[in-house]
Write a protein that binds this ligand. Structure first.
Ligand SMILES: N[C@@H](CCC(=O)N[C@@H](CS)C(=O)NCC(=O)O)C(=O)O
Length: 216
């Protein structure tokens, strides 16, 4: 079986990370093909592999799957333990995943993922800070109910969806309480997250507009 996951630059492409982590956790073997984003030919290259016009895209022998959530659900069909075993916790993890997939736009727009960079002065954008505060409160509640160390106990797809948010909390120096700090440390200690991050840090291509937002 040949699987290929098309992703953007690891340093910047938050949605690619959301599709990549569940495949890793499922133990699915796949090749990676990086399509650098915001280049003259990025869209042509993405459209050549997917009618979705965005990455991540997974090609299997059976066909094409696009969108991080669809790829995650495909991974969970190979490895059902990517969702919690308990039915109520499973529903809660799916809700948390959907919340991230569909929302927190202010945070996503004001604080793009850039794993290489930490701002010198903390982010002050009010709408982004409101999203961050809400996410922190949700993390704390989910961790309290599940007992941690991941949001719903064992690692689940919900953690894939909040992994890029962990990176943003660090890069943009967003305020975080003790429970959120422990979650950030748990994520950073995860071997797959760490592998993705070190590959992102090694990338040479920079996105000037995002770097400028952070460095000025
Ligand atoms: N809802 C999509 C969002 C994917 C998305 O926004 N991907 C961005 C990169 S992180 C993209 O492909 N942008 C197209 C481009 O930059 O040309 C998902 O969950 O996969």
């Amino acid at each position: 079986m040949t699987n290929t996951l098309y992703i953007g630059n690891k340093n910047y492409s938050s949605w690619s990370l959301r599709g990549w982590l569940p495949l890793k956790k499922a133990g699915v073997s796949f090749e990676e093909s990086i399509i650098p984003l915001r280049q003259d030919d990025s869209q042509v290259r993405i459209r050549a592999v997917s009618e979705g016009w965005q990455v991540p895209v997974l090609k299997t022998d059976q066909g094409t799957i696009y969108d991080s959530l669809a790829i995650s659900e495909w991974a969970a069909e190979q490895a059902p333990d990517l969702w919690p075993e308990d039915a109520q916790q499973r529903a809660a993890a799916r809700s948390a995943t959907a919340l991230m997939h569909a929302g927190f736009r202010d945070l996503r727009m004001a604080c793009p993922m850039n794993m290489k960079c930490i701002v010198s002065s903390p982010q002050e954008d009010k709408a982004a800070l409101a999203d961050a505060a809400r996410i922190n409160a949700l993390w704390s509640r989910w961790l309290e109910v599940s007992g941690g160390p991941f949001l719903f106990g064992k690692w689940s797809i919900a953690d894939a969806f909040y992994a890029p948010v962990v990176s943003r909390f660090v890069s943009w120096r967003l305020p975080v309480d003790d429970s959120g700090t422990r979650y950030i440390e748990t994520m950073q200690a995860d071997a797959d997250y760490a592998d993705w991050k070190s590959a992102g840090l090694a990338e040479k291509l920079i996105m000037v507009d995002i770097d400028k937002m952070m460095i000025g």
